[in-house]
Design a protein around this ligand. Structure first.
Ligand SMILES: Cc1cc2nc3c(=O)[nH]c(=O)nc-3n(C[C@H](O)[C@H](O)[C@H](O)COP(=O)(O)OP(=O)(O)OC[C@H]3O[C@@H](n4cnc5c(N)ncnc54)[C@H](O)[C@@H]3O)c2cc1C
Length: 520
Protein backbone atom coordinates (compact mmCIF):
# COMPACT_ATOMS: atom_id res chain seq x y z
CA UNK A 1 0.00 0.00 0.00
CA UNK A 2 1.32 3.46 -0.82
CA UNK A 3 1.83 6.18 1.78
CA UNK A 4 -0.17 9.39 1.45
CA UNK A 5 0.71 13.02 2.00
CA UNK A 6 -0.98 16.27 1.05
CA UNK A 7 2.12 17.45 -0.79
CA UNK A 8 5.37 15.79 -1.83
CA UNK A 9 8.27 18.17 -2.45
CA UNK A 10 11.13 16.83 -4.56
CA UNK A 11 14.44 18.34 -3.45
CA UNK A 12 15.68 19.70 -0.10
CA UNK A 13 17.66 22.57 -1.56
CA UNK A 14 16.84 26.05 -0.30
CA UNK A 15 13.64 26.26 -2.32
CA UNK A 16 12.25 22.84 -1.37
CA UNK A 17 12.98 23.46 2.31
CA UNK A 18 11.45 26.94 2.26
CA UNK A 19 8.33 25.64 0.55
CA UNK A 20 8.03 22.72 2.96
CA UNK A 21 8.29 25.07 5.95
CA UNK A 22 5.62 27.38 4.53
CA UNK A 23 3.28 24.46 3.85
CA UNK A 24 3.81 22.86 7.25
CA UNK A 25 3.30 26.20 9.02
CA UNK A 26 -0.15 26.23 7.41
CA UNK A 27 -0.86 22.70 8.66
CA UNK A 28 -0.16 20.75 5.46
CA UNK A 29 1.18 17.17 5.69
CA UNK A 30 4.33 17.46 3.61
CA UNK A 31 7.07 15.03 2.65
CA UNK A 32 10.39 16.16 1.20
CA UNK A 33 12.49 13.62 -0.70
CA UNK A 34 16.12 14.51 -1.30
CA UNK A 35 18.62 12.35 -3.13
CA UNK A 36 21.64 13.66 -1.21
CA UNK A 37 22.27 12.27 2.25
CA UNK A 38 23.46 15.62 3.57
CA UNK A 39 23.66 19.32 2.63
CA UNK A 40 25.61 19.90 -0.58
CA UNK A 41 28.75 21.83 0.45
CA UNK A 42 29.64 22.75 -3.14
CA UNK A 43 30.22 26.45 -3.29
CA UNK A 44 27.15 28.24 -4.70
CA UNK A 45 25.23 31.34 -3.62
CA UNK A 46 27.07 33.62 -1.21
CA UNK A 47 24.56 36.39 -0.63
CA UNK A 48 20.84 37.08 -0.37
CA UNK A 49 18.68 40.00 -1.47
CA UNK A 50 16.13 42.09 0.41
CA UNK A 51 12.94 40.09 -0.33
CA UNK A 52 14.69 36.88 0.80
CA UNK A 53 15.89 38.46 4.04
CA UNK A 54 12.44 39.94 4.62
CA UNK A 55 10.77 36.55 4.04
CA UNK A 56 12.99 35.03 6.73
CA UNK A 57 12.36 38.00 9.01
CA UNK A 58 8.59 37.58 8.73
CA UNK A 59 8.96 34.01 9.98
CA UNK A 60 11.17 35.05 12.90
CA UNK A 61 14.44 33.86 11.32
CA UNK A 62 16.36 37.15 11.09
CA UNK A 63 18.59 36.40 14.11
CA UNK A 64 19.70 33.17 12.44
CA UNK A 65 20.56 35.02 9.21
CA UNK A 66 22.57 37.62 11.10
CA UNK A 67 24.49 34.94 13.02
CA UNK A 68 25.51 33.26 9.75
CA UNK A 69 26.48 36.61 8.27
CA UNK A 70 28.68 37.42 11.25
CA UNK A 71 30.60 34.17 10.76
CA UNK A 72 31.04 34.99 7.05
CA UNK A 73 32.31 38.49 7.84
CA UNK A 74 34.91 37.04 10.21
CA UNK A 75 36.15 34.69 7.48
CA UNK A 76 36.38 37.55 4.98
CA UNK A 77 38.23 39.79 7.39
CA UNK A 78 40.82 37.07 7.81
CA UNK A 79 41.31 37.01 4.03
CA UNK A 80 41.23 40.72 3.23
CA UNK A 81 43.38 41.53 6.25
CA UNK A 82 46.05 39.23 4.89
CA UNK A 83 45.87 40.51 1.33
CA UNK A 84 47.80 43.61 0.32
CA UNK A 85 45.71 46.41 -1.11
CA UNK A 86 42.34 44.88 -0.35
CA UNK A 87 41.66 47.09 2.66
CA UNK A 88 41.62 50.21 0.48
CA UNK A 89 38.79 49.06 -1.77
CA UNK A 90 35.41 50.75 -1.26
CA UNK A 91 32.63 48.64 0.22
CA UNK A 92 30.77 46.90 -2.58
CA UNK A 93 26.98 46.66 -2.75
CA UNK A 94 26.87 44.20 -5.64
CA UNK A 95 27.90 44.04 -9.25
CA UNK A 96 26.62 43.99 -12.80
CA UNK A 97 28.69 41.75 -15.07
CA UNK A 98 31.50 42.26 -12.57
CA UNK A 99 31.30 46.04 -12.72
CA UNK A 100 31.22 46.86 -9.04
CA UNK A 101 28.57 49.02 -7.41
CA UNK A 102 30.12 51.12 -4.68
CA UNK A 103 27.98 51.53 -1.57
CA UNK A 104 29.21 55.12 -1.32
CA UNK A 105 27.47 55.99 -4.59
CA UNK A 106 24.09 54.52 -3.72
CA UNK A 107 21.42 56.95 -2.62
CA UNK A 108 20.29 55.40 0.66
CA UNK A 109 17.54 58.02 0.88
CA UNK A 110 15.84 56.73 -2.26
CA UNK A 111 12.19 56.00 -1.29
CA UNK A 112 12.53 52.46 -2.65
CA UNK A 113 14.68 51.56 0.38
CA UNK A 114 12.34 53.16 2.95
CA UNK A 115 10.49 49.98 3.92
CA UNK A 116 13.38 47.54 4.04
CA UNK A 117 13.63 47.46 7.85
CA UNK A 118 16.27 45.55 9.82
CA UNK A 119 16.12 42.64 7.36
CA UNK A 120 18.24 44.81 5.06
CA UNK A 121 21.21 44.14 7.33
CA UNK A 122 21.29 40.46 6.34
CA UNK A 123 23.19 40.14 3.06
CA UNK A 124 26.19 37.83 3.34
CA UNK A 125 24.49 34.53 4.00
CA UNK A 126 25.65 31.53 1.99
CA UNK A 127 23.40 28.95 0.40
CA UNK A 128 24.58 26.38 2.94
CA UNK A 129 23.70 28.81 5.73
CA UNK A 130 20.20 29.16 4.27
CA UNK A 131 19.83 25.38 4.03
CA UNK A 132 21.02 24.88 7.61
CA UNK A 133 18.55 27.46 8.94
CA UNK A 134 15.66 26.03 6.94
CA UNK A 135 16.59 22.43 7.74
CA UNK A 136 16.43 23.22 11.46
CA UNK A 137 13.12 25.06 11.03
CA UNK A 138 11.66 22.20 8.99
CA UNK A 139 12.57 19.77 11.77
CA UNK A 140 10.98 22.04 14.40
CA UNK A 141 7.78 22.27 12.37
CA UNK A 142 7.57 18.51 11.83
CA UNK A 143 8.26 18.38 8.09
CA UNK A 144 9.17 14.82 7.07
CA UNK A 145 12.48 15.06 5.17
CA UNK A 146 13.85 11.82 3.71
CA UNK A 147 17.41 12.05 2.51
CA UNK A 148 19.11 9.57 0.23
CA UNK A 149 15.82 9.15 -1.65
CA UNK A 150 15.54 9.77 -5.40
CA UNK A 151 12.25 10.58 -7.06
CA UNK A 152 12.33 8.40 -10.16
CA UNK A 153 8.85 8.46 -11.65
CA UNK A 154 5.46 10.08 -11.34
CA UNK A 155 1.89 9.66 -12.54
CA UNK A 156 -0.60 12.50 -12.47
CA UNK A 157 -4.08 10.99 -12.03
CA UNK A 158 -5.89 14.31 -12.35
CA UNK A 159 -7.07 14.34 -8.73
CA UNK A 160 -3.81 13.13 -7.15
CA UNK A 161 -0.23 12.22 -8.02
CA UNK A 162 1.69 9.01 -7.45
CA UNK A 163 5.43 9.34 -7.16
CA UNK A 164 7.92 6.52 -7.16
CA UNK A 165 11.13 6.72 -5.19
CA UNK A 166 14.34 4.76 -4.86
CA UNK A 167 16.38 4.88 -1.66
CA UNK A 168 20.16 4.78 -1.65
CA UNK A 169 21.28 1.58 -0.07
CA UNK A 170 23.93 3.52 1.78
CA UNK A 171 21.46 6.02 3.26
CA UNK A 172 20.35 3.71 6.06
CA UNK A 173 16.91 3.68 7.61
CA UNK A 174 14.00 1.44 6.75
CA UNK A 175 14.47 0.78 3.05
CA UNK A 176 10.83 -0.27 2.61
CA UNK A 177 9.44 3.05 3.91
CA UNK A 178 11.85 5.03 1.74
CA UNK A 179 11.53 3.26 -1.60
CA UNK A 180 8.25 2.60 -3.33
CA UNK A 181 5.12 4.58 -4.10
CA UNK A 182 3.78 7.66 -2.41
CA UNK A 183 0.43 9.22 -3.20
CA UNK A 184 -0.11 12.93 -2.74
CA UNK A 185 -2.66 15.56 -3.69
CA UNK A 186 0.12 17.65 -5.18
CA UNK A 187 3.76 17.29 -6.20
CA UNK A 188 6.17 20.23 -6.32
CA UNK A 189 9.46 19.82 -8.17
CA UNK A 190 12.11 21.84 -6.33
CA UNK A 191 14.75 19.51 -7.70
CA UNK A 192 17.03 22.02 -9.36
CA UNK A 193 18.05 23.01 -12.86
CA UNK A 194 18.09 19.48 -14.27
CA UNK A 195 14.75 18.71 -12.61
CA UNK A 196 13.53 15.13 -12.95
CA UNK A 197 10.01 16.29 -12.13
CA UNK A 198 10.05 18.86 -14.92
CA UNK A 199 11.15 16.25 -17.43
CA UNK A 200 8.79 13.49 -16.25
CA UNK A 201 5.78 15.80 -16.18
CA UNK A 202 6.59 17.09 -19.68
CA UNK A 203 6.92 20.82 -19.01
CA UNK A 204 8.16 22.94 -21.91
CA UNK A 205 11.47 24.63 -21.12
CA UNK A 206 12.18 27.21 -23.83
CA UNK A 207 15.15 29.56 -23.83
CA UNK A 208 18.64 29.88 -25.26
CA UNK A 209 21.57 27.50 -25.01
CA UNK A 210 24.90 28.18 -23.30
CA UNK A 211 27.94 29.93 -24.76
CA UNK A 212 30.24 30.16 -21.73
CA UNK A 213 31.92 27.92 -19.17
CA UNK A 214 32.25 29.23 -15.64
CA UNK A 215 34.16 27.56 -12.86
CA UNK A 216 33.92 28.45 -9.21
CA UNK A 217 36.09 26.73 -6.64
CA UNK A 218 37.72 26.75 -3.26
CA UNK A 219 41.17 25.21 -3.58
CA UNK A 220 44.56 24.94 -2.02
CA UNK A 221 46.96 26.79 -4.28
CA UNK A 222 50.38 28.40 -4.37
CA UNK A 223 52.20 30.89 -6.64
CA UNK A 224 49.24 33.24 -6.22
CA UNK A 225 51.29 36.45 -5.95
CA UNK A 226 50.12 37.73 -9.33
CA UNK A 227 46.42 37.32 -8.51
CA UNK A 228 44.58 40.46 -7.45
CA UNK A 229 41.58 40.22 -5.10
CA UNK A 230 38.27 41.18 -6.67
CA UNK A 231 36.81 40.92 -10.16
CA UNK A 232 38.97 41.34 -13.29
CA UNK A 233 38.22 41.22 -16.98
CA UNK A 234 41.23 40.18 -19.02
CA UNK A 235 41.80 39.48 -22.71
CA UNK A 236 40.91 35.84 -22.08
CA UNK A 237 37.83 36.07 -19.87
CA UNK A 238 36.94 36.99 -16.30
CA UNK A 239 38.51 35.95 -13.03
CA UNK A 240 37.47 36.71 -9.48
CA UNK A 241 39.80 36.08 -6.54
CA UNK A 242 38.41 35.99 -2.99
CA UNK A 243 36.59 37.07 -0.89
CA UNK A 244 37.70 34.11 1.24
CA UNK A 245 41.00 32.22 1.05
CA UNK A 246 41.48 29.89 -1.92
CA UNK A 247 38.21 30.95 -3.54
CA UNK A 248 38.15 31.93 -7.20
CA UNK A 249 35.88 32.03 -10.21
CA UNK A 250 36.74 32.02 -13.89
CA UNK A 251 34.59 32.67 -16.94
CA UNK A 252 35.70 31.60 -20.40
CA UNK A 253 33.65 32.51 -23.41
CA UNK A 254 34.61 29.62 -25.67
CA UNK A 255 31.44 27.56 -25.39
CA UNK A 256 29.89 25.26 -22.80
CA UNK A 257 31.84 22.44 -21.14
CA UNK A 258 32.28 19.33 -23.26
CA UNK A 259 31.10 17.10 -20.41
CA UNK A 260 29.23 18.87 -17.60
CA UNK A 261 29.23 15.74 -15.47
CA UNK A 262 32.97 15.05 -15.62
CA UNK A 263 34.68 15.44 -12.22
CA UNK A 264 36.32 18.86 -11.78
CA UNK A 265 40.03 18.30 -11.25
CA UNK A 266 42.79 20.45 -9.83
CA UNK A 267 44.43 20.38 -13.28
CA UNK A 268 41.29 21.76 -14.98
CA UNK A 269 40.96 24.58 -12.43
CA UNK A 270 44.65 25.43 -12.56
CA UNK A 271 44.61 25.55 -16.37
CA UNK A 272 41.52 27.77 -16.45
CA UNK A 273 42.92 30.24 -13.91
CA UNK A 274 46.26 30.32 -15.71
CA UNK A 275 44.57 30.96 -19.08
CA UNK A 276 42.31 33.73 -17.82
CA UNK A 277 44.50 35.47 -15.24
CA UNK A 278 47.82 34.81 -16.93
CA UNK A 279 49.32 33.90 -13.56
CA UNK A 280 51.26 30.61 -13.13
CA UNK A 281 49.31 29.44 -10.06
CA UNK A 282 49.58 25.87 -8.80
CA UNK A 283 46.41 24.18 -7.57
CA UNK A 284 47.26 21.26 -5.30
CA UNK A 285 43.86 20.28 -3.88
CA UNK A 286 40.19 20.99 -4.60
CA UNK A 287 37.94 21.59 -1.60
CA UNK A 288 34.82 22.49 -3.52
CA UNK A 289 34.20 23.19 -7.19
CA UNK A 290 31.36 23.73 -9.59
CA UNK A 291 30.97 24.47 -13.29
CA UNK A 292 28.20 26.68 -14.57
CA UNK A 293 27.00 27.96 -17.92
CA UNK A 294 24.64 30.62 -19.18
CA UNK A 295 21.97 28.20 -20.33
CA UNK A 296 18.90 30.43 -19.90
CA UNK A 297 15.43 28.85 -19.83
CA UNK A 298 12.10 29.23 -18.09
CA UNK A 299 8.92 27.14 -18.04
CA UNK A 300 6.01 29.19 -19.44
CA UNK A 301 3.55 27.84 -16.85
CA UNK A 302 4.77 26.73 -13.41
CA UNK A 303 1.85 24.30 -13.06
CA UNK A 304 0.87 21.28 -15.12
CA UNK A 305 -2.12 19.45 -13.64
CA UNK A 306 -1.22 18.33 -10.13
CA UNK A 307 2.48 19.09 -10.59
CA UNK A 308 4.10 22.45 -9.84
CA UNK A 309 7.67 23.69 -10.16
CA UNK A 310 9.65 26.17 -8.08
CA UNK A 311 13.22 27.47 -8.04
CA UNK A 312 15.83 26.31 -10.53
CA UNK A 313 13.46 23.55 -11.66
CA UNK A 314 11.34 26.32 -13.22
CA UNK A 315 14.12 28.61 -14.48
CA UNK A 316 17.84 28.37 -15.12
CA UNK A 317 20.34 31.11 -15.93
CA UNK A 318 23.94 32.06 -15.23
CA UNK A 319 24.73 33.03 -11.62
CA UNK A 320 25.75 36.61 -12.55
CA UNK A 321 24.02 39.08 -10.31
CA UNK A 322 23.36 36.47 -7.63
CA UNK A 323 19.65 36.06 -8.23
CA UNK A 324 18.89 32.32 -8.52
CA UNK A 325 18.46 31.41 -4.90
CA UNK A 326 16.49 34.58 -4.25
CA UNK A 327 14.22 33.93 -7.18
CA UNK A 328 13.51 30.43 -5.91
CA UNK A 329 12.86 31.56 -2.34
CA UNK A 330 10.38 34.06 -3.78
CA UNK A 331 8.65 31.24 -5.68
CA UNK A 332 8.39 29.15 -2.52
CA UNK A 333 7.01 32.00 -0.45
CA UNK A 334 4.45 32.84 -3.14
CA UNK A 335 3.35 29.24 -3.65
CA UNK A 336 3.36 27.95 -0.06
CA UNK A 337 0.33 29.72 1.39
CA UNK A 338 -1.66 29.38 -1.83
CA UNK A 339 -1.13 25.66 -2.12
CA UNK A 340 -1.92 25.26 1.59
CA UNK A 341 -5.22 27.08 1.11
CA UNK A 342 -6.10 24.85 -1.85
CA UNK A 343 -5.12 21.67 0.06
CA UNK A 344 -7.27 22.84 2.96
CA UNK A 345 -10.22 23.30 0.60
CA UNK A 346 -10.61 26.97 1.56
CA UNK A 347 -9.63 28.13 -1.89
CA UNK A 348 -10.32 27.02 -5.41
CA UNK A 349 -7.46 25.61 -7.52
CA UNK A 350 -7.65 28.78 -9.60
CA UNK A 351 -5.68 30.53 -6.87
CA UNK A 352 -2.70 28.58 -8.16
CA UNK A 353 -2.95 30.40 -11.50
CA UNK A 354 -1.80 33.53 -9.69
CA UNK A 355 1.45 31.71 -8.81
CA UNK A 356 2.70 31.69 -12.40
CA UNK A 357 1.13 35.09 -13.10
CA UNK A 358 3.09 36.67 -10.26
CA UNK A 359 6.38 34.78 -10.43
CA UNK A 360 6.92 34.38 -14.18
CA UNK A 361 7.57 38.09 -14.88
CA UNK A 362 10.15 38.35 -12.08
CA UNK A 363 11.87 35.21 -13.36
CA UNK A 364 11.82 36.56 -16.92
CA UNK A 365 13.42 39.78 -15.71
CA UNK A 366 16.22 37.87 -13.94
CA UNK A 367 16.87 35.85 -17.11
CA UNK A 368 17.12 39.02 -19.20
CA UNK A 369 19.54 40.67 -16.78
CA UNK A 370 21.81 37.65 -16.72
CA UNK A 371 21.80 37.54 -20.54
CA UNK A 372 22.76 41.21 -20.63
CA UNK A 373 25.65 40.55 -18.24
CA UNK A 374 27.04 37.76 -20.39
CA UNK A 375 26.86 40.08 -23.40
CA UNK A 376 28.97 42.61 -21.47
CA UNK A 377 31.62 39.99 -20.72
CA UNK A 378 32.38 39.13 -24.35
CA UNK A 379 35.92 39.68 -25.48
CA UNK A 380 35.39 41.39 -28.84
CA UNK A 381 36.18 45.08 -29.12
CA UNK A 382 32.57 46.22 -29.50
CA UNK A 383 31.54 44.43 -26.32
CA UNK A 384 34.55 45.78 -24.46
CA UNK A 385 33.59 49.29 -25.62
CA UNK A 386 30.04 48.74 -24.37
CA UNK A 387 31.43 47.50 -21.06
CA UNK A 388 33.43 50.69 -20.72
CA UNK A 389 30.28 52.76 -21.29
CA UNK A 390 28.41 50.73 -18.68
CA UNK A 391 31.30 51.09 -16.22
CA UNK A 392 31.11 54.83 -16.60
CA UNK A 393 27.36 54.84 -15.98
CA UNK A 394 27.70 52.65 -12.90
CA UNK A 395 30.31 54.96 -11.46
CA UNK A 396 27.62 57.63 -11.14
CA UNK A 397 25.18 57.88 -8.24
CA UNK A 398 22.14 57.56 -10.50
CA UNK A 399 23.57 54.58 -12.37
CA UNK A 400 24.65 52.68 -9.27
CA UNK A 401 21.37 53.42 -7.44
CA UNK A 402 19.23 52.38 -10.41
CA UNK A 403 20.97 49.05 -10.82
CA UNK A 404 21.20 48.36 -7.09
CA UNK A 405 17.49 48.98 -6.67
CA UNK A 406 16.84 46.27 -9.25
CA UNK A 407 19.29 43.66 -8.01
CA UNK A 408 18.47 44.19 -4.33
CA UNK A 409 14.88 43.23 -5.13
CA UNK A 410 13.27 46.31 -3.56
CA UNK A 411 11.41 47.07 -6.79
CA UNK A 412 9.69 43.67 -7.03
CA UNK A 413 5.97 44.16 -7.67
CA UNK A 414 3.06 41.87 -8.38
CA UNK A 415 0.31 43.23 -10.61
CA UNK A 416 -2.62 42.67 -8.28
CA UNK A 417 -4.82 45.53 -9.49
CA UNK A 418 -6.11 48.15 -7.04
CA UNK A 419 -5.52 51.88 -7.00
CA UNK A 420 -3.30 52.30 -3.98
CA UNK A 421 0.43 52.46 -4.69
CA UNK A 422 1.18 49.87 -1.98
CA UNK A 423 -0.88 47.13 -3.60
CA UNK A 424 1.42 44.50 -5.09
CA UNK A 425 4.48 45.64 -3.13
CA UNK A 426 6.10 43.96 -0.14
CA UNK A 427 4.62 45.64 2.92
CA UNK A 428 7.10 48.25 4.19
CA UNK A 429 8.53 47.27 7.55
CA UNK A 430 7.89 49.92 10.19
CA UNK A 431 8.02 50.21 13.95
CA UNK A 432 4.51 50.41 15.34
CA UNK A 433 3.02 52.35 18.22
CA UNK A 434 2.44 49.15 20.25
CA UNK A 435 6.19 48.47 20.38
CA UNK A 436 6.13 45.83 17.65
CA UNK A 437 7.34 45.90 14.07
CA UNK A 438 5.22 45.19 10.97
CA UNK A 439 7.27 42.10 10.02
CA UNK A 440 6.84 40.54 13.46
CA UNK A 441 3.13 39.92 12.88
CA UNK A 442 3.70 37.25 10.23
CA UNK A 443 5.37 34.48 12.23
CA UNK A 444 2.22 32.32 12.24
CA UNK A 445 2.03 32.43 8.43
CA UNK A 446 -1.40 34.08 8.38
CA UNK A 447 -2.46 37.17 6.49
CA UNK A 448 -2.47 40.43 8.46
CA UNK A 449 -4.83 43.41 8.32
CA UNK A 450 -3.17 46.50 9.73
CA UNK A 451 -5.81 48.79 11.15
CA UNK A 452 -3.68 51.94 11.32
CA UNK A 453 -6.60 54.33 11.95
CA UNK A 454 -8.22 52.36 14.82
CA UNK A 455 -11.31 51.88 12.68
CA UNK A 456 -14.19 49.84 14.13
CA UNK A 457 -15.66 49.74 10.63
CA UNK A 458 -12.52 48.10 9.20
CA UNK A 459 -12.33 45.57 12.03
CA UNK A 460 -15.99 44.70 11.57
CA UNK A 461 -15.52 44.25 7.82
CA UNK A 462 -12.65 41.81 8.41
CA UNK A 463 -14.17 39.97 11.38
CA UNK A 464 -15.50 37.00 9.33
CA UNK A 465 -11.91 36.21 8.22
CA UNK A 466 -10.36 36.31 11.68
CA UNK A 467 -9.47 32.62 11.63
CA UNK A 468 -7.08 33.29 8.72
CA UNK A 469 -6.28 37.02 8.94
CA UNK A 470 -4.85 38.63 12.07
CA UNK A 471 -6.05 42.14 12.78
CA UNK A 472 -3.42 44.48 14.24
CA UNK A 473 -4.53 47.88 15.53
CA UNK A 474 -1.51 50.16 15.88
CA UNK A 475 0.00 53.18 14.15
CA UNK A 476 3.24 53.20 12.18
CA UNK A 477 5.92 55.37 13.78
CA UNK A 478 8.16 57.75 11.85
CA UNK A 479 5.47 58.06 9.23
CA UNK A 480 7.21 60.65 7.08
CA UNK A 481 5.90 59.31 3.78
CA UNK A 482 2.69 61.01 2.79
CA UNK A 483 1.55 58.45 0.28
CA UNK A 484 2.81 55.08 1.57
CA UNK A 485 2.25 53.25 4.85
CA UNK A 486 2.49 56.50 6.79
CA UNK A 487 -0.67 57.80 5.14
CA UNK A 488 -2.60 54.53 4.97
CA UNK A 489 -5.60 53.91 7.23
CA UNK A 490 -5.65 50.18 6.54
CA UNK A 491 -3.38 47.69 4.80
CA UNK A 492 -4.25 44.05 4.09
CA UNK A 493 -1.18 41.86 3.63
CA UNK A 494 -1.04 38.29 2.33
CA UNK A 495 0.98 35.65 4.20
CA UNK A 496 3.82 36.18 1.69
CA UNK A 497 4.17 39.82 2.74
CA UNK A 498 2.61 41.35 -0.39
CA UNK A 499 -0.03 44.04 0.04
CA UNK A 500 -3.43 42.93 -1.26
CA UNK A 501 -5.41 46.05 -0.35
CA UNK A 502 -4.68 49.48 1.11
CA UNK A 503 -6.66 52.66 1.59
CA UNK A 504 -6.06 56.10 3.01
CA UNK A 505 -9.62 56.11 4.36
CA UNK A 506 -12.71 53.93 4.48
CA UNK A 507 -13.09 50.22 3.81
CA UNK A 508 -14.06 50.15 0.15
CA UNK A 509 -12.69 47.09 -1.56
CA UNK A 510 -11.47 45.31 1.56
CA UNK A 511 -14.07 42.53 1.54
CA UNK A 512 -13.42 41.92 -2.15
CA UNK A 513 -9.70 41.59 -1.43
CA UNK A 514 -10.31 39.39 1.62
CA UNK A 515 -12.54 37.10 -0.43
CA UNK A 516 -10.13 37.03 -3.37
CA UNK A 517 -7.10 36.00 -1.30
CA UNK A 518 -8.57 34.26 1.75
CA UNK A 519 -11.82 32.71 0.52
CA UNK A 520 -15.41 33.21 1.52
C1 LIG B 1 28.55 29.17 -8.87
C2 LIG B 1 27.18 29.59 -8.45
C3 LIG B 1 27.01 30.77 -7.75
C4 LIG B 1 25.74 31.18 -7.39
N1 LIG B 1 25.60 32.36 -6.71
C5 LIG B 1 24.36 32.77 -6.36
C6 LIG B 1 24.16 33.97 -5.57
O1 LIG B 1 25.11 34.65 -5.17
N2 LIG B 1 22.89 34.33 -5.25
C7 LIG B 1 21.82 33.58 -5.62
O2 LIG B 1 20.68 33.97 -5.31
N3 LIG B 1 21.97 32.43 -6.34
C8 LIG B 1 23.20 32.01 -6.71
N4 LIG B 1 23.36 30.84 -7.38
C9 LIG B 1 22.18 30.09 -7.77
C10 LIG B 1 21.68 29.17 -6.66
O3 LIG B 1 22.71 28.33 -6.22
C11 LIG B 1 20.51 28.34 -7.18
O4 LIG B 1 19.60 29.16 -7.84
C12 LIG B 1 19.80 27.60 -6.04
O5 LIG B 1 20.57 26.52 -5.60
C13 LIG B 1 18.44 27.06 -6.47
O6 LIG B 1 17.87 26.37 -5.40
P1 LIG B 1 16.89 25.14 -5.68
O7 LIG B 1 16.45 24.68 -4.32
O8 LIG B 1 15.87 25.55 -6.68
O9 LIG B 1 17.76 24.05 -6.40
P2 LIG B 1 19.02 23.24 -5.84
O10 LIG B 1 19.78 24.05 -4.88
O11 LIG B 1 19.71 22.71 -7.03
O12 LIG B 1 18.36 22.06 -5.02
C14 LIG B 1 17.70 21.00 -5.68
C15 LIG B 1 17.77 19.77 -4.79
O13 LIG B 1 17.02 18.72 -5.39
C16 LIG B 1 17.73 17.51 -5.24
N5 LIG B 1 17.28 16.60 -6.30
C17 LIG B 1 17.51 16.70 -7.62
N6 LIG B 1 16.92 15.68 -8.28
C18 LIG B 1 16.29 14.94 -7.35
C19 LIG B 1 15.50 13.76 -7.42
N7 LIG B 1 15.22 13.16 -8.59
N8 LIG B 1 15.01 13.22 -6.27
C20 LIG B 1 15.29 13.82 -5.08
N9 LIG B 1 16.03 14.94 -4.97
C21 LIG B 1 16.52 15.50 -6.08
C22 LIG B 1 19.18 17.93 -5.36
O14 LIG B 1 20.04 16.98 -4.78
C23 LIG B 1 19.19 19.26 -4.62
O15 LIG B 1 19.49 19.13 -3.27
C24 LIG B 1 24.62 30.39 -7.74
C25 LIG B 1 24.80 29.19 -8.41
C26 LIG B 1 26.06 28.78 -8.77
C27 LIG B 1 26.23 27.49 -9.50
Amino acid sequence: MSETFDVVVAGAGPVGLMLACELRLAGVEVLVVERLTEIDRTIKAGAINVPTAQAFDRRGLLPELLAHQQAAVERMKAFTGATAGAANRPPIAGHFAGIMLSFDLIDAEDPAFAGVGPAGRAVLVSQQGIEEILGARAAELGVVVRRGVHLTDLTDHGDAVTVRCRADESSGGEESSRSGEIRASWLVGCDGGRSTVRKLAGFDFPGIGPEITGRQAVVEMSETEGLQPGWHDTDHGIYVYGPTPGRFLTVELDGPPVDRDAPITAAELEASLRRVAGVPVRVSAVRSATRFTDNTRQVPDYRKGRVLLAGDAAHVHSPFGGQGLNLGIGDAVCLGWKLAAVVDGRMDERLLDTYTAERYPIGAWVLEWTRAQVALMRLDRRSKALRAVMSELLSTGDGATTVFKRISGVLHRYHLGGDHELVGTIVPDRDLSDGTRVAEHFTSGQGVLFDFADSAELRAAAAPWQDRVRIVTAKPLAASDETGVGAAAGVLVRPDGYVAWAATEGVEGVTTALTRWFGR
